[in-house]
Design a protein. Structure first.
Length: 308
């Protein structure tokens, strides 16, 4: 790879945008390795539901190294603090071996925690406050969290009571400890986004959902339940795992599950794009690629931006 002022390439975009393919080929071009920026691909056994697309990491028969995929057991509740620590270790490892890091993901909070040097800490649980919050409904918890956070961008924090209670716990802890200052190293990154127009994105999401169901996504969720995870644990992961679990336990018909999940993924992709646009407004330049652009042209553009 020719010299560049950048220390990392980040490939972002909504679900079903083809960003993994771009990231893997960019890593091959740059003698690099991919570091995942996905909040659910960390879990083993959650493959189809999280869209790991392992085949994207093999190009012309050669494997492309990736990091932060399959590092935790399903059922564990991973968080952005842990991700930041794991990312720093992976990044240092990739750089130390003379490879070029390529961050790839659509989890806006995780990606931004790296790109914008979020100051994160490990927040201990507070049993007394948890017991108090457990008595409240999700709508009330959402209002409490909104009062603690100036802007509630991460709507996954209020998908379930459990998530909302933990988010409130973290915000209260940070307000009670204003002296805490945890800095991240500055990593000069070129951020590239991949996107399709809205109608194309919706079509791709629906096609991809059908493909994953045909490939055995229901069997994957059933295996997780058979392996000892409770329906509540799987519902925690949202989207595919929420809707497929509700179908498997008899609360939704197949058609209800498909339509509900399809709508939820469309809404999720829209929130992802909203997140990336907000990042741009707040000072993170994102160089956008049209998803329909041929892959060689995408890679050429990336190389030009890196060398620019």
């Amino acid at each position: 790879m020719s010299a560049t002022k950048y220390q990392m390439l980040a490939i972002v975009g909504p679900t079903a945008s083809g960003k993994t393919t771009v990231a893997a080929h960019a890593a091959q071009l740059l003698d690099g390795e991919v570091i995942s920026g996905d909040s659910r691909q960390v879990y083993r056994g959650m493959d189809l539901g999280t869209g790991k697309d392992y085949e994207d990491y093999v190009i012309d028969g050669q494997p492309i190294a990736y990091h932060l995929i399959d590092i935790k057991e399903a059922g564990y509740e991973y968080n952005v603090y842990e991700y930041q620590q794991d990312f720093l270790q992976a990044y240092a490892d990739v750089r130390q071996r003379g490879k070029f890091p390529v961050l790839c993901g659509g989890s806006g909070l995780y990606v931004e925690a790296v790109l914008k040097n979020y100051k994160l800490i490990q927040v201990p649980p507070d049993p007394a406050r948890r017991a108090e919050l457990e008595t409240k409904e999700l709508a009330e918890l959402t209002e409490i969290l909104k009062a603690l956070k100036e802007d509630l961008h991460n709507t996954t924090d209020v998908e379930t009571k459990k998530r909302a209670i933990r988010a409130i716990e973290i915000e209260r802890y940070l307000k009670d400890h204003p002296e805490i200052d945890r800095s991240m190293p500055d990593i000069n990154s070129l951020v590239v986004g991949v996107k399709f127009d809205r109608l194309s994105r919706r079509r791709r999401i629906t096609e991809r959902l059908k493909q994953r169901l045909d490939a055995g996504m229901l069997d994957e969720v059933q295996a997780l339940l058979d392996g000892g995870l409770t329906p509540e644990q799987l519902t925690y992961y949202g989207l595919e795992y929420k809707y497929l679990t509700l179908h498997l336990v008899g609360e939704l018909t197949y058609n209800e599950m498909f339509k509900g999940l399809e709508t939820a993924i469309h809404q999720f992709a829209k929130r992802q794009m909203t997140w990336f646009r907000r990042m741009e407004r707040q000072g993170t330049p994102i160089h956008w690629l049209d998803g329909y652009m041929p892959l060689p042209e995408k890679l050429e553009r990336i190389q030009d931006w890196l060398n620019g």
